[in-house]
Design a protein around this ligand. Structure first.
Ligand SMILES: *Cc1c(COP(=O)(O)O)cnc(C)c1O
Length: 482
């Protein structure tokens, strides 16, 4: 035994020994627990594991106790209550619904986009029945699983060809690997970004086998920087949409069209990683302009990649559109097979894309778009309604303010776009804002808001219409009755 171990060693006190001796055995508790209704239909292994865990944590608790903290006895029924709680936890799926009261619409930590209910119905059918996933019903033989969704993407974007993979990170990797393996890829220094969740342009480039050639400066890059960098090793000109930050002030960037012209003059393909990617021009609706997929296609870009579950409001997917010759080359890359989407993603993506054939319908039915476009008057109505009902529940102990704040689109989209909103700020006498936040977060379902200026703050923009009663009940039971 080393010196330091000796130092930590503390003699077990006689009282502790007595408590340890009294610890019930697994069989004893098992006998008691299996007679309880809550243990009905729970797998034996789950019950035994829960009992072992509870006995062990009780043992640790006894060993950690001291004459000052006291040596409390605990009864069989307290042990059984702990086992019940542990079983409940073990039987609850880890992935659970939450209520997003953050006001961040495409919230990466909370599941990004919600699917339209029109899409869900069909998803359930396809998930629970056989389908024509890879079967051509007209010809009566094997068919392509992607053809219908690819046609839709081309119809909406105006692109010659399209391909869908697992996510946009995969789309970028695959495109670079196909077009630029062992060749130089010219990128502006200001576009070598890191996107949340550890997607870094230089790292993805390295993994694809492309050789990064940085040009320009952080704030200014000119067409001549690209032109001067082109040499015999060059394989691709790349533009990356700097989704999550913006350089303001003394800046210069080369337009996509200029880059396409330069590429054409040197017979080099041009690729754009749009990141979020949207089919809708938000500036038409009084919001900031976010480059659309159609803009990029119209500029003549050879390959364009974007996400399915950011501004598009569909399932996680990476969409690649562009010139047919290039998309065909990407399709025949063996990596494509490793990045392919499953039938549930395909169903959800096709359903979402179908809604885009009518822009007003898409805005009405796709939750991500609906929340981004939610009028301030409607948010005010919802905030006021919730505030009034909480006031009834909370009485004099509750202090509510309506706060002018900005919601965010999130998901690395529209970095500067702030959506004017009206949030609810709560304070309860005798409860710290941290306690309020924790009580709401540990509710079932969890309600996720934020702490700001000593208040618990909720933004109605991302709270779904049918979730208000749940928030009221949580507030009443977990906070006011606590
Ligand atoms: C979000 C983003 C990615 C990664 O997309 P995923 O769909 O999350 O894989 C890549 N590039 C840009 C510019 C992005 O904004």
């Amino acid at each position: 035994m080393t010196k330091s171990q000796k130092k930590k060693w503390v003699a077990i006190q006689p009282d502790q020994q007595a408590l340890l001796r009294e610890l019930p055995g697994v069989d004893y508790l098992l006998n008691l627990v299996t007679r309880q209704a809550f243990a009905d239909n729970i797998p034996h292994a789950v019950v035994v594991k829960a009992i072992r865990g509870v006995i062990e944590s009780r043992r640790q608790q006894i060993l950690a106790s001291s004459p000052t903290s006291g040596y409390d006895r605990i009864s069989d029924s307290q042990m059984i209550a702990s086992v019940k709680q542990s079983i409940h936890q073990a039987m609850t799926p880890n992935l659970r619904r939450t209520i997003n009261a953050t006001g961040i619409v495409v919230h990466t930590n909370l599941g990004r986009s919600l699917l339209a209910s029109e899409v869900i119905d069909h998803l359930v059918t396809i998930a629970s029945r056989y389908s024509n996933l890879e079967y051509d019903l007209v010809a009566g033989r094997r068919g392509s699983r992607y053809s219908s969704v690819e046609e839709l993407i081309c119809e909406i974007s105006g692109a010659e060809a399209a391909l869908v993979v697992n996510n946009n990170a995969g789309a970028v990797l695959l495109s670079l690997e196909t077009l630029a393996r062992d060749k130089q890829v010219i990128v502006s220094r200001g576009e070598l970004v890191e996107i949340g969740g550890s997607f870094r342009v230089p790292d993805v480039m390295a993994k694809s086998g492309g050789i990064l050639k940085e040009i320009g400066t952080t704030n200014r890059t000119h067409l001549s920087d690209y032109a001067n960098a082109i040499g015999p090793q060059t394989g691709l000109l790349l533009k990356v949409h700097t989704s999550n930050y913006s350089v303001v002030g003394f800046t210069a960037e080369v337009s996509l069209r200029e880059l396409v012209d330069l590429g054409a003059a040197h017979q080099l393909p041009v690729m754009e990683d749009l990141g979020s990617g949207t089919f809708i021009d938000f500036s038409k609706y009084g919001l900031l302009k976010e480059p659309t997929v159609q803009d990029s296609v119209n500029a003549g870009t050879d390959v364009i990649t974007f996400s399915g579950d950011k501004l598009l409001g569909g399932p996680q997917a990476g969409i690649i559109v562009g010139k047919k010759k290039i998309i065909d080359a990407i399709k025949s890359n063996p990596i494509t097979r490793a990045l392919r989407i499953d039938k549930l993603t395909l169903t959800a993506l096709e359903g979402t894309l179908r809604l885009y054939r009518d822009e007003q319908r898409a805005i009405r039915l796709i939750p991500t778009l609906r929340m981004i476009m939610l009028p301030l008057a409607e948010i005010r109505k919802r905030a006021q309604g919730l505030a009034d009902r909480l006031k009834q529940i909370g009485g004099a102990r509750l202090h509510i303010q309506l706060l002018k704040r900005a919601s965010k689109t999130g998901g690395g989209a529209l970095p500067l776009m702030e959506l004017p909103s009206l949030c609810i700020g709560l304070q309860v006498d005798g409860q710290s804002p941290n306690t309020l936040e924790k009580m709401m977060r540990t509710n079932d379902p969890p309600i996720i808001g934020r702490i700001e200026d000593d208040m618990f703050v909720m933004d109605p923009r991302t709270i779904q219409k049918d979730e208000y009663p749940t928030i009221e009940t949580a507030f009443e039971n977990r906070i006011m009755k606590a």
